[in-house]
Design a protein around this ligand. Structure first.
Ligand SMILES: *[C@@H]1O[C@H](CO)[C@@H](O)[C@H](O)[C@H]1NC(C)=O
Ligand SMILES: *[C@@H]1O[C@H](CO)[C@@H](O)[C@H](O)[C@H]1NC(C)=O
Ligand SMILES: *[C@@H]1O[C@H](CO)[C@@H](O)[C@H](O)[C@H]1NC(C)=O
Ligand SMILES: *[C@@H]1O[C@H](CO)[C@@H](O)[C@H](O)[C@H]1NC(C)=O
Ligand SMILES: *[C@@H]1O[C@H](CO)[C@@H](O)[C@H](O)[C@H]1NC(C)=O
Ligand SMILES: *[C@@H]1O[C@H](CO)[C@@H](O)[C@H](O)[C@H]1NC(C)=O
Ligand SMILES: *[C@@H]1O[C@H](CO)[C@@H](O)[C@H](O)[C@H]1NC(C)=O
Ligand SMILES: *[C@@H]1O[C@H](CO)[C@@H](O)[C@H](O)[C@H]1NC(C)=O
Length: 762
């Protein structure tokens, strides 16, 4: 060890050492043109056999592979051969992909369709050879053996012994969930190593002196050091507890939980052991329980996330408050607990007493949570955010207050039989909805942020506009070229609606072809197509194919014989076919389709543009919802930017339209609510319905429709509840006045746009 230290202290020797690392006498050369593929499961191995490059499967999903460098020593079992570097960090590809050292000197990862997803950008830099060095560094060199590119300069989440982390690079935690994808390790210009959440919230800093021109370095004997680049003096260092022991393999990694750990291979136990971690108390890692409430350190030192407030069956924590609580709210006290906001992090801090702290929050309609602490100065920190997380520890003197509001119930959960989702007792639907929308919002924000980040990080993965080949891809969707679309529609001869054409597949299967805004980003479009194309429900119009070529974007849907619902409502003859029973069935079918999108698909999908024009009727007048999930792609905003609550309000409006038969009534909601509350529900229904309506059913449907149309979106029920009310398996209380019909819905979509841009700025 001592030997090692002196070795590094001497600049000359350090240089020799580095040179030794970069130009080892023996190399495992990778010839130009070599190729690795998923199918062959081959690898390029370093000379000493300790490391190998190849494809591997680290995803939980089938058919998702990454290419990268992992430990390869036979003494390490395959499952413990940890991955230390991946091309493109988190890019995954399908089983037909390959990784090639092209003849023009570039390392390129090609996906299933032969498109380049990642490359080393070294095509015209004279690269003549490549090799995987004994320390796990993949280097590309020119004829003079000068390093043009090396994987050590492009780290993912791991640092190997001998690897530097300079001021302009960073380690990022892999993604377990969306919160963890924000953790990173980097060094600022004054030479402090920092763990941060997002770009601006540090939760650990190396307590090192401020020196510029430093670089971080992991030594072979397991010390993380900050070195002065010019003198190679060690400015700061930390060691693992086995620093003096002989250990064959070590690495430093920022883990998915946001902690930075140094690992050593323990031969005896055949496992990796963490010998040092940056943040001693995992609960102090920012937002450790981001979406899961409050962090509690167990006696064994592991961090448990608990839901102190309320919880769904799936383990999602809910918060019992909502902003703009009516007077009459109560404050719940949590001792030894510190709560803080995620969005935003800061809030006003006021000097006050414990009791005052609670009252200030209670009296402030926007306050959701207050934390009181007294470290000499009694301080009250007021949070006006819905996005709260925190930690709890018996040794903590902080006391937190959480506001709880009381609001009317949409549906009475105790009356329903066999609920599809069981929930904690005493839950209140508005709170639940509030929290769920909060959670959803966080998820959306994080997702957008993440997408944005990925976009910035990997603009190299941007695919070229191509793929004109027809043929079913992995999801069973047909990708068509523009000329094929032209021939299917006989040059857009038969226009059904604006931007919608009838076409005929070669097998005489009729299809409806929708033209979308050509400026839709190709990647968004493709990801939406794949998502929508993989879902099937009897009440959803099936997506059969698409065209994504240059500036053409088309969707090919199954053709619905009877057209859309608006036609039936508007036409005085056709509307006779919409009997009371049929209308109830249509409401029910649409609700089921939307519920499927919201909660039964693998991922939440919003419809975004639910209206009569997008409800199709098949041969038996059974309703099928069309254009799910594309409204937003079509507009300017980002895919998935629309909330469940918006769909639910749109559904409420659709129901009223269908019951009243009025498509153009400006004050439809206000008018029908007024009629209903004055006891004239029967006035509301379409006079053209022969035999009128079943009054019990009408009452139930109107009540749930008015709940769906609540101006405060947190009061709106979930689609699961709507389906059950329509089925008659859940009872529903009378709703307060809705007032969320025309203007408010428009405003809502505007605020959503704002949210999108805010989150992108963050
Ligand atoms: C790929 O090769 C590795 C050894 O190099 C082996 O352990 C692994 O099981 C192989 N995977 C497949 C899918 O054959
Ligand atoms: C990849 O790993 C996941 C989970 O570990 C497993 O379910 C899947 O079958 C694996 N795929 C292959 C091709 O080995
Ligand atoms: C590749 O993946 C596809 C889709 O998952 C599967 O059908 C096919 O059998 C796989 N091919 C190989 C060679 O594993
Ligand atoms: C670097 O981080 C340290 C610790 O947080 C801080 O004191 C210092 O001001 C930072 N330097 C710059 C230039 O931001
Ligand atoms: C730090 O590096 C910059 C550029 O590499 C150089 O201009 C500057 O003189 C260096 N500062 C010190 C203190 O070495
Ligand atoms: C390593 O061993 C040396 C000599 O035995 C000792 O002085 C040093 O403190 C040890 N280092 C650590 C980190 O334990
Ligand atoms: C909060 O409001 C109550 C009743 O309006 C009042 O008595 C109390 O002084 C207020 N507390 C604070 C800290 O403003
Ligand atoms: C290659 O260039 C692209 C485009 O400039 C860039 O996004 C990507 O990060 C580069 N790849 C590497 C490995 O640096």
């Amino acid at each position: 060890m001592l030997e090692q230290k002196c070795y590094l202290r001497s600049p000359l020797l350090l240089c020799v050492f580095i040179c030794f690392l970069l130009y080892p006498a023996v190399r495992a050369e990778i010839p130009l043109g070599s190729k690795l593929s998923v199918v062959d499961n081959g690898s390029w191995v370093s000379k000493n056999g300790n490391f190998a490059i190849g494809f591997f499967n680290i995803s939980d999903e089938p058919n998702q592979y990454s290419v990268g460098i992992r430990f390869n020593d036979e003494s390490i079992p395959y499952s413990q051969q940890t991955v230390v570097w991946t091309a493109g960090f988190q890019i995954v590809v399908g089983n037909m992909s390959y990784f090639q050292f092209t003849t023009n000197g570039e390392m390129v990862l090609f996906d299933d369709e032969g498109m380049s997803l990642w490359n080393s950008n070294t095509s015209n830099k004279g690269v003549a050879s490549a090799s995987l060095l004994d320390n796990g560094n993949l280097v590309l060199m020119d004829r003079e053996q000068k390093v043009i590119w090396q994987s050590f300069d492009d780290p993912g989440n791991t640092l190997l012994p001998g690897q530097y982390l300079s001021c302009d690079s960073m380690l990022r935690a892999a993604t377990k969930d969306l919160v963890s994808s924000y953790y990173s390790l980097s060094m600022n210009v004054s030479g402090h190593l920092m763990l941060r959440w997002e770009s601006n919230i540090p939760y650990w800093t190396s307590e090192s002196p401020s020196v510029s021109n430093l670089t971080a370095y992991l030594t072979n004997n397991g010390a993380l050091q900050l070195l002065d680049k010019s003198s190679s003096n060690v400015v700061w260092s930390v060691f693992g507890d086995d620093h003096n022991e002989s250990v064959n393999y070590r690495f430093l990694r920022i883990d998915v939980d946001g902690n930075l750990r140094l690992y050593s291979w323990v031969e005896a136990s055949q496992s990796w052991r963490s010998v040092w971690q940056a943040v001693e108390n995992q609960c102090k890692v920012f937002a450790t329980c981001g979406k899961h409430g409050v962090c509690v350190l167990s006696p064994s030192g592991t961090a448990d996330c608990v839901c102190p407030f309320e919880q769904t069956d799936t383990g999602t924590c809910l918060v019992p408050y909502e902003q703009k609580c009516e007077p009459g709210s109560t404050m719940m006290t949590y001792s030894n607990t510190h709560l803080y906001g995620i969005y935003p992090v800061d809030g006003p801090v006021i000097i006050s007493s414990l009791h005052q702290c609670m009252q200030i929050c209670q009296n402030d309609s926007r306050c959701t949570v207050a934390t009181f602490s007294n470290d000499g100065v009694p301080q009250c920190s007021i949070k006006k955010s819905e996005y709260i997380t925190g930690y709890s520890d018996p040794s903590l003197s902080s006391v937190s207050f959480v506001k709880r509001c009381s609001l009317p119930f949409a549906v009475n959960p105790t009356l329903g039989s066999s609920p599809p989702t069981k929930r904690a007792p005493n839950f209140c639907v508005p709170c639940l909805i509030g929290a769920a929308s909060g959670t959803c919002f966080i998820v959306v924000i994080l997702q957008l942020g993440f997408i944005f980040w990925i976009y910035r990080r990997r603009n190299s993965t941007r695919r070229k506009d191509n793929l004109a080949s027809a043929g079913a891809n992995s999801k069973g969707l047909v990708a068509l070229s523009f000329s094929e679309i032209k021939s299917l529609t006989e040059n857009f001869k038969d226009q059904i609606r604006p931007n919608m054409f009838k076409g005929m597949l070669p097998n005489k299967f009729p299809v409806a072809i929708k033209e979308l805004n050509a400026s839709i980003d190709e990647r968004k479009f493709r990801s939406a197509v794949l998502k929508i194309g993989s879902i099937h429900h009897r009440n959803l119009v099936k997506l059969e194919g698409y065209c994504c070529e240059f500036n053409h974007r088309f969707l090919v849907y199954e053709y619905s014989k009877n057209g859309s619902l608006d036609k039936y409502i508007d036409d005085s003859t056709l509307c006779k076919k919409l009997t009371w029973r049929k209308r109830v069935d249509i409401c029910s079918s649409v609700a089921k389709a939307i519920n499927y999108l919201h909660s039964e698909c693998r991922e939440f999908i919003s419809h975004g543009n639910l209206k009569c024009e997008n409800v199709m009727l098949d041969g038996n007048l059974e309703a099928k919802v069309s254009e799910a999930g594309f409204a937003i792609v079509d507009g300017e905003a980002v895919y998935c930017g629309v909330s469940a609550e918006r769909d639910i309000a749109d559904f409420g409006k659709l129901v009223l339209t269908l019951l009243t038969g009025c498509r153009d009534h400006i004050d439809l909601c206000e008018w029908s609510y007024k009629e209903w509350i004055e006891g004239n529900a029967a006035n509301v229904i379409d006079k053209r319905i022969e035999g009128g309506a079943n009054s019990n059913e009408l009452e139930r449907i109107l009540r749930i429709a008015f709940w769906c149309l609540q101006g405060d979106e947190r009061r709106r029920p979930s689609m699961v509840e709507v389906v059950r009310v329509l089925d008659g398996t859940l009872s529903v209380d009378p709703a307060p006045p809705p007032f969320s019909c025309h203007r408010p819905l428009l405003e809502e979509s505007e605020t959503q746009q704002d949210n999108v841009s805010e989150s992108e700025i963050q």
